[in-house]
Design a protein around this ligand. Sequence first.
Ligand code: SF4
Length: 381
Amino acid sequence: MPHNAAVINPLPGRALDAPALLAWYDRHARELPWRIGPRDRAAGQTPDAYRVWLSEIMLQQTTVSTVQRFFASFLARWPTVAGLAAAPREDVLAEWAGLGYYARARNLHACAQSVMRDHGGRFPGSAAQLATLPGIGTYTSSAIAAICFNEKVAVVDGNVERVVARFHALARPARAAKPFIRAAVGAAVPARAGDFAQALMDLGATVCAPRFADCRNCPLANHCAARALGNPLGFPVASESKTRPKKTGHAFVFERADGAVWLERRPETGMLAAMTGVPGSRWAEVDAGPRFPQRGSWRHAGEVTHVFTHFELTLAVWHARAKSPSGQAGWWSPRAGLAAEALPTLYRKVLEQAGVTVKARADKNPTLNGRIKRKSAPSRP
Ligand code: SF4
């Protein structure tokens, strides 16, 4: 199918049917810890903007089931935006460790401080104002404004893109068709803007999912073009795939006789900024070989590979015993304290490869998963 073709339009009068979608949502809304369900909302309950904001930041690039674990521990530790704003940034980064995309954690903290400093401790009530806060882009500002304040704005995440691409049988990849998708959603937003936004998200997560389309139980089926064509899974059409560049580097794990590990704070800018790691080389497309930070009996412990959004990284892991690394800024972390360090997944893999087990945090267990009615598909691309 040509990517530059216009929209296929085999059925006349096609528009997202908001009443049908809302009626479906009233029966099938997912229960999520940050959400006020349609019944409670109709009874007058309003969503807490702090909880909605926190969940929306966490959900970027992350599945609902993973987010629930982190959301619960964040909320237990910082139940209000004031508490989060007052927390040391290192504590926020440590709590975020394992969720990935760490710029989100730095912006989360900066945003909480801005809400306290510039907005009297309350999230502003419009998408335009919300978009001025750190870490809040077009999607997140629209989602918070719709869900919390019923602002009639188009909320378009990966799930919504897929639903609309199928509904209109768009012949372009969803990314290229985004302006059309936003316009199609924006034209259909009813007075219950927050419920409508969440209904479309839920439909994409549970009925019109990436690998299946349960058209028989879909409230949009009557006017859906992909269904009429008999090819729901043919949409959205795939983007031209790009191969991810590869980078390599070396990571050096110093271990003391009592099992403590030498850690360091990464630079304030760049990948994994301000997170905790171990000493290492630059990451480059051409491997310059290991430049050991000091002499010692270095053992090659193997390699780890980690996929970032824009490149794939392979690190050779080296391990040595040491009393105190010379010329290295950092600290010894005892084994028992490693779980509380702001170690991103990459460095957890490195430590595991070197034979250092990092235990999972007890408060990240999935106790809240039982509140989900259905198995959740990833909510974001
Ligand atoms: S009818 Fe099928 S393809 Fe169309 S929106 Fe519903 S589930 Fe998706």
